[in-house]
Design a protein around this ligand. Structure first.
Ligand code: GLU
Length: 330
């Protein structure tokens, strides 16, 4: 028997609607975690002993760095105990990928950590929450999940937190790693892995939260026809230490935006070129000469995950080559 702890944060998996057919108009973060796990004790009786803690009860739009620090601290404390074999985090799907990737960088253990949510509220016909949570506990209790970084499961799939993203606003089959694919499946209570993450994570990560009281503020500027440069400058004026540009194509930008970003760099703010495109590498020294203009490229990290790695990087250094090295390694 494995000992698995569930840390609950709210979301649709704890959501309730007034009608069982309502899957869009409902209130997330209503049910306490005990109400969601009560039917799982029996099917898990030979696999895992579960206990739970309510860390937050929020719509994941309300997720904060403070809650991330609490969550990561609690996970690190739990997993340092030989009595605990794995942790499951329940989460709203809107920012699930961000919390999962943050934990992937700051949890210091090779024991399984699985982040799970649901696309339909607990009260809906064919709610996906109970099966997703059951699968998450199975995964957290499995030998196969250890050493693979923070994992995400919904809809019977296993994804790496680095690559997974929410691809559909409403369908249950929403969480995918576009082009790179699932790590595996969870079928009939068994994890089946076919690939594993190649980037540094968790027990091999250099990012430590101990001694940090928060993360440096970072903003994302979205690239589009008609970009106004004053938005990026306004972010800098508000005190951000880093900017991520959700760029065009291969992180490309107009001459005017390039001048704006270079002016911002001269003010000591670090700028990462990411992309608004859903797949592919943002390459170094393409149309933009990064060596001359001091941009960092995001590799395949999407803008929201780039902002997390950038904030953690800025908590250690402002050295451009060092931060670029981190973007190639994590
Ligand atoms: N917007 C809510 C949240 O992120 C619900 C999304 C979900 O869990 O599917 O918490």
């Amino acid at each position: 028997m494995k000992n698995i702890v569930i840390l609950a944060t709210g979301g649709t998996i704890a959501g309730v609607s007034s009608s069982i057919t309502d899957t869009a108009n409902y209130q997330p973060a209503i049910l306490p975690i005990e109400a969601i796990t009560k039917d799982l004790t029996e099917p898990l009786r030979n696999i895992a002993h579960i206990s739970s803690e309510q860390i937050a009860q929020i719509d994941s739009a309300e997720m904060t760095h403070e809650i991330w620090f609490t969550l990561a601290g609690r996970i690190n404390a739990l997993l340092s105990s030989p009595q605990i074999d794995g942790v499951v985090v329940t989460h709203g799907t809107d920012t699930l990928e961000e919390t999962a990737y943050f934990l992937n960088l700051v949890v210091r253990s090779n024991k399984p950590v699985v982040v799970v949510g649901a696309m339909r509220p607990a009260s809906a016909l064919s709610s996906d929450g109970p099966m997703n949570l059951y699968n998450a506990i199975i995964l957290a209790a499995s030998r196969e999940a250890s050493g693979k970084g923070v994992l995400v499961t919904l809809n019977n799939s296993i994804n790496s937190s680095r690559e997974v993203t929410k691809t559909n606003t409403s369908l249950q089959d929403s969480f995918k790693a576009p082009e790179l694919g699932y790590l595996g499946y969870l079928i009939e209570g068994e994890p089946h892995f076919y690939r594993e993450p190649t980037r540094k994570h968790t027990y091999r990560s250099e990012f430590i939260l101990d001694g940090l009281s928060g993360l440096p503020p970072v903003e994302i500027i979205y690239g589009h026809v008609g970009n106004l440069s004053n938005l990026a400058q306004a972010a800098v004026d508000s005190g951000v230490k880093g900017l991520v540009y959700a760029g065009l194509g291969n992180g490309n930008m107009s001459k005017m935006m390039k001048e704006t970003f270079m002016g911002i760099q001269a003010q000591g703010v670090v700028v990462v070129r990411s992309t608004r495109v859903s797949s592919g590498i943002v390459t170094c020294n393409g149309a933009v000469n990064d060596d001359l203009s001091n941009f960092i490229v995001s590799d395949t990290l999407n803008p929201q995950k780039s902002s997390i790695l950038l904030a953690l990087a800025l908590s250690k250094t402002t050295d451009i080559p060092t931060i670029q090295r981190m973007f190639w390694e994590y």
